[in-house]
Design a protein. Structure first.
Length: 303
């Protein structure tokens, strides 16, 4: 009976399943298919012998990676940069979205949105050039102004702490505008009658933001926070690699650059796969943990 109902349901909505075919095929080929290569982490991979022909070594590669001083340093830097990014970059789209939502002049709102979105579409290579033109110690625009006023140049890109500040600011500038799209979409779903009732009660703008806007965005904020925590152990390659340099390697060397250096430049594919698998497993733990914590907090708030 259950099988018959399933067949009847499929016949009725077969168009919807047909639309799912290509996305499912894409994920099967490009996401699940490459997972077969994970076994490289448990083999002494030889490029000429291939995956199947390489010798099994068990967890020896994991022990080797965890004993590397460079791995410990890059893991620390990855967690540090992502945690600081979460503290600085995560609230920025929310604040921008609320500010844009409160704007009443339509043409100014559209121009502001466009200006804020543009950095997301700029390549990190171009952004790196802009960073060196603006923050460079010798020829950067800011330091040219600073030195012309009689002060010493600020080592934005050569001092570790100053580089960290530059890294975070550039990240906010590049990603905040694009992140506002999700929040603005959620804001459009708020019932306007709530604001009208608040006006009748004499609530000011900040009270309406605190009591209506932010609570309405709570599900969106929690979802994006879970995603961000899932990426806590993962980090993009372009940003730290392009903005970083040898002077600040103590902070700029992260897991993605470590994988590039060891896996691509040195040809140690087993080590690179071990690091990638480690990132995936820890990222999964973060996602599940954040999801579990959010459900517990939601249950407590209901009670």
């Amino acid at each position: 009976m259950i099988a018959l109902n399933a067949i009847l349901y499929f016949k009725r909505y077969w168009q919807m399943y047909a639309l799912l075919f290509l996305p499912v095929l894409y994920f099967a080929i490009f996401k699940y298919g490459p997972m077969y290569g994970i076994i490289i982490a448990f083999k002494d991979f030889n490029f000429f012998q291939g995956i199947n022909g390489s010798e099994w070594i068990g967890l020896d590669a994991f022990r080797e990676v965890f004993a590397m001083p460079d791995f410990t340093k890059t893991l620390r830097n990855t967690l540090m940069l992502n945690l600081l990014d979460l503290m600085v970059s995560f609230p920025a789209p929310l604040i921008l979205a609320v500010m844009l939502y409160e704007l009443k002049i339509t043409w100014f709102k559209k121009i502001s949105q466009t200006i804020l979105y543009i950095p997301h579409f700029i390549s990190w290579v171009i952004i790196g050039g802009i960073v060196y033109q603006v923050f460079g110690t010798q020829s950067g625009m800011i330091n040219n102004i600073v030195t012309s006023m009689g002060f010493d140049a600020i080592p934005f890109l050569t001092d570790k702490n100053d580089w960290l500040f530059t890294y975070l600011i550039v990240g906010v500038w590049q990603s905040a505008g694009w992140g506002t799209i999700i929040y603005l979409a959620a804001l459009t779903g708020i019932n306007r009658e709530l604001f009208e009732a608040a006006d009748v009660d004499g609530a000011g703008r900040f009270r309406k933001i605190w009591s209506i806007t932010l609570p309405s965005l709570k599900p969106t904020i929690v979802t994006l926070l879970i995603i961000s925590l899932g990426n806590m152990i993962a980090i993009g390659f372009e940003r730290p690699y392009i903005i970083g340099n040898t002077s600040v390697r103590d902070y700029s060397d992260v897991l993605s650059t470590f994988v590039y250096r060891v896996g691509i430049e040195s040809g140690q594919y087993t080590i690179a796969t071990v690091v990638g698998l480690f990132q995936a497993v820890v990222g999964l733990v973060f996602v599940l943990g954040a999801n579990y914590a959010s459900k517990k907090l939601a249950d407590q708030s209901i009670l």
